[in-house]
Design a binder for this molecule. Structure first.
Ligand SMILES: C[S@@+](CC[C@H](N)C(=O)[O-])C[C@H]1O[C@@H](n2cnc3c(N)ncnc32)[C@H](O)[C@@H]1O
Length: 256
C-alpha cells in the first residue's frame, strides 16, 4: 500500500479515534472557529476543507459561518462518516464530502473563496504539489487557513521512527519552510500564530485516553492490538520536544 493511503487508513482506525476523538487536531473545534474568524469567512462563501477527516470541522464551519463547505479526504470511510455526521447534524444542504487526494484536488480552478487544511499539511509527502493545488482552487483574493505541526530542528531518529508509526507525522516542517511552499505557489501575506498550548493540551488529553484504555483493557471491556506503554513513552518524549520549542502547533494564514 502506498504511503498516502497507509496514512489515510491510519486515521480511520479505532486507535486513531482513541487517541484523538473526532476532531483530530490540537485545539479542537475552538481552534477551527478561531481560524475561521482569522480569515473572516463570510456567509454564503464557498469553503474547501482539505483532508477533512470525518467532517467535524466542516459541519462546525457551515453552522457558525453560514458558508457552504466541501470536504475532501483520501480516506473513503472518513468521507462516508462525514456524510452521515452532516445528515445527523442537519447540515447536508451546506456541506458535501468527496474522496479526493490533496495532491490532485478534483475541482476546477478558483472554485473556492477560502481553503482550510487542519493538521494535515504535515502529512502530505509532496508539499509543493499540494500547495500548487490549493492555490489553483482558491479564487483570486481568496484566503487560506492552515493549522499544523511545526518542527524547528531535528528530532531524534528514534522519535522520528516512532512518530511515523504513531501518527504518520514524518513531514512536519519549520515556519520558514511552510512559508516557502506557500509563497512559491503564489500566496502572499503569510502569517503565523503560535498555538503551542493546544499541542500540550492534546498530549494531556491523549494521555488520559490511554489511561482510560488501559483500564478498559484490564477489565477486558475492549480489545486493542497496540503497545500502550510505548504510546505513553512517545507522549512523554513529545511533551519534552514541545516544551523545548522544537515542536509546536501554528495557525498559518495567507491570501491569493
Ligand atoms: C490528523 S487527521 C486531520 C483530520 C481533520 N482535518 C481534522 O482536523 O479533524 C489527517 C487527515 O488527513 C487525511 N489525509 C492524509 N493524506 C491525505 C491526502 N493525500 N489527501 C487527502 N487527505 C489526506 C487523513 O485521511 C486524515 O483524515
Amino acid at each position: 500500500m502506498n504511503e498516502k493511503l497507509c496514512c489515510a487508513n491510519f486515521y480511520q482506525t479505532d486507535y486513531a479515534r482513541l487517541l484523538f476523538g473526532n476532531s483530530m487536531h490540537p485545539g479542537g473545534l475552538g481552534l477551527t472557529k478561531e481560524l475561521g474568524n482569522k480569515i473572516s469567512i463570510t456567509k454564503g462563501s464557498r469553503v474547501l476543507d482539505v483532508a477533512c477527516g470525518s467532517g467535524t470541522s466542516a459541519i462546525l464551519l457551515a453552522k457558525n459561518f453560514g458558508c457552504h463547505v466541501t470536504g475532501i479526504d483520501l480516506g473513503a470511510k472518513n468521507v462516508d462518516e462525514a456524510i452521515q455526521n452532516a445528515a445527523r447534524e442537519g447540515t447536508s444542504d451546506y456541506t458535501e464530502f468527496k474522496t479526493s487526494d490533496a495532491e490532485k484536488i478534483e475541482y476546477q480552478d478558483e472554485s473556492f473563496d477560502y481553503v482550510l487544511c487542519e493538521c494535515s499539511f504535515c502529512l502530505f509527502p509532496d508539499k509543493k504539489i499540494t500547495s500548487n493545488e490549493i492555490y489553483r482552487v482558491t479564487r483570486k483574493g481568496g484566503k487560506i487557513g492552515i493549522s499544523d505541526i511545526v518542527l524547528r530542528g531535528e528530532l531524534s531518529q528514534n522519535l522520528r521512527d516512532s512518530l511515523y508509526r504513531f501518527v504518520c507525522v514524518l513531514e512536519a516542517k519549520s515556519e520558514n519552510e511552510y512559508a516557502g511552499y506557500l509563497q512559491d505557489a503564489g500566496f502572499h501575506r503569510i502569517n503565523f500564530d503560535d498555538k503551542k498550548e493546544t499541542l500540550l493540551e492534546l498530549l494531556d488529553d491523549i494521555k488520559k485516553r490511554v489511561f482510560a484504555a488501559e483500564l478498559l483493557l484490564g477489565l477486558k471491556k475492549i480489545q486493542l492490538e497496540i503497545d500502550l506503554d510505548k504510546t505513553k513513552r512517545i507522549i512523554r518524549e513529545l511533551r519534552e520536544c514541545v516544551e523545548s520549542g522544537l515542536l509546536s502547533y501554528v495557525l498559518i494564514t495567507g491570501q491569493k
